[in-house]
Design a protein around this ligand. Structure first.
Ligand code: GLU
Length: 478
């Protein structure tokens, strides 16, 4: 068996999206689980669709998630360069080789001619494909038109009456008729290769063992198999990943959904949750375990457990996972990751012990990182009371409770939870108030809202000085 070498081969036409992340992650996990190599290849042969900064965004997004390459642009490797626009000569040589062996031909048809052809075929209800009218041009004709500088492309001549049978690691045996494949354009009129030629040539020379790609490429596989056959090359193993679907089982669309990986990170999803969630979009373990770190995934992952059926992108599950990681990652990690959101709100988190106490309480009740900050507002800022709350805080019973509690607290040298709970109980009975009329004014005074963590936690977070200061500030002069 050849050593495992897999590649992630994005076109730099946008930002890394969930589908791209899933492919890259499966490549990475498969390479790591097999002790193989993971290669990044940039497929930038459609220059009109190129987006500036897309390659850098892609590499840094993956790196941020812990997914790194062994070979690729900027990393080097035995098969440099890894950017297709720097390998044009190689593709042209191979197109020439196909022309010479009669497996490719020049086509001079204009876009208008091709448009008419398509319309007529559609009107007749036929499979839309090039009708090969340029295949019958004489060599002299072709030479003359090339000489005259006429615009042209180079097409692959697919075999007639041929059934392609191949094994896909996920789908098993797949069979397709050559008649269902177009005579694919290999070199476009701008001299650049199409995906089909460039990817095939590169997969061969980069010694790719497994082509792991989206299901949308399954129907192109006969063209690729034919290219391998024309060149006399051994084929890689094929792995077509299932589609990612919306909840209504329609194809996850970039237009309809927020699918950019960066936007999920910016919204405050944790990388651990995103990676774990995306890993399960099409793969599951034998025991259906759901929670995995990246290194656990590297051990557990295998292509044989990837499903054929489309995988539903379930945001509720991502939220659930994020909540899990928010509660279970080390508190220091959560503090580090939420720093930017605290800074955005202008909260002073320089007291790191207070921050840890706040986060320990907050993470039990939140799903996303920015929610931690929102929840923490009561401990870092003075909440503005609504009129009804203000009135409640100032009524006689509330004032009596706050004064009593403030005095009792000042008299205690330290405030263990049990002591505080007992104190509250004796306050309720001594002042003869309902529990609600005891706790609510204290909360309003301490955190500026009627709901929050329990009293001992609130006091522990605020600390002695700040608690007594806040209580004192709510006491009206008599
Ligand atoms: N450049 C192709 C894409 O972005 C790569 C497909 C493949 O992995 O072969 O879809």
């Amino acid at each position: 068996m050849n050593p495992v070498r897999v590649r992630f081969a994005p076109s730099p036409t946008g930002y890394l999206h969930i589908g791209g992340l899933r492919t890259a992650l499966y490549d990475f996990l498969f390479a790591r689980s097999q002790g193989g190599k993971f290669i990044l290849r940039i497929e930038d042969t459609d220059q009109s669709r190129e987006v500036e900064g897309a390659v850098e965004n892609l590499i840094s997004s993956l790196h941020q998630l812990g997914i790194d390459f062994d070979e690729g642009p900027g990393l080097g490797g035995p098969f440099e360069p890894y950017i297709q626009s720097q390998r044009l000569q190689l593709y042209r040589q191979h197109a020439q080789q196909l022309l010479d062996s009669g497996n490719a031909y020049h086509c001079f048809c204009t876009p208008e001619t091709l448009g008419e052809m398509r319309e007529q075929q559609q009107a007749r209800g036929e499979f839309v494909k090039y009708d090969r009218r340029c295949l019958s041009l004489s060599p002299q004709d072709v030479a003359q038109r090339l000489q005259a500088g006429e615009k042209h492309v180079i097409r692959l001549k697919m075999p007639d009456n041929r059934r392609f049978v191949f094994q896909d690691i996920i789908r098993g045996q797949v069979e397709m008729e050559a008649s269902q494949s177009d005579d694919q354009v290999l070199i476009k009129s701008d001299g650049f290769p199409t995906y089909h030629l460039a990817a095939t040539v590169d997969d061969h020379y980069m010694q790719i063992s497994h082509v792991i790609r989206g299901e949308e490429w399954l129907s192109s596989t006969p063209k690729h198999l034919w290219l391998y056959e024309c060149f006399g090359w051994e084929t890689p193993l094929w792995v077509h990943l299932p589609l990612i679907l919306n909840a209504d089982r329609s194809k996850l669309s970039k237009r309809m959904n927020d699918v950019s990986v960066q936007s999920y990170l910016a919204k405050g999803y944790l990388k651990e949750a995103l990676v774990n969630f995306v890993a399960l979009l099409g793969w599951h373990s034998a025991d259906d375990r759901e929670l995995y770190s990246l290194s656990e995934l590297s051990e557990a992952f295998g292509l044989e457990r990837v499903n054929k059926a489309g995988a539903v992108f379930d945001l509720t599950k991502l939220d659930w996972m994020n909540g899990y990681y928010l509660r279970n990652l080390p508190l220091e990690t959560i503090a580090e990751r939420s720093k930017v959101y605290f800074a955005e709100m202008g909260f002073d988190t320089s007291d790191s012990e207070k921050l840890m106490r706040v986060l320990a309480a907050a993470r039990e009740r939140c799903t996303l990182l920015p929610e931690l900050v929102e929840y923490s507002r009561m401990f870092y800022a003075q909440n503005q009371l609504a009129d009804a709350e203000e009135a409640m805080l100032n009524n006689d019973i509330s004032q009596k409770v706050i004064r009593w509690f403030s005095d009792a607290l000042s008299a205690l040298s330290d405030w263990p939870a049990e002591t505080l709970n007992n104190l509250a109980k004796s306050g309720i009975s001594e002042l003869q108030v309902k529990a609600k009329d005891f706790y609510t004014p204290l909360r309003l005074a301490l955190i500026g809202q009627a709901h929050g963590p329990d009293l001992p936690t609130t006091l522990a977070i605020l600390g002695r000085e700040e608690s007594l200061r806040r209580l004192g500030a709510s006491i009206k002069p008599q």
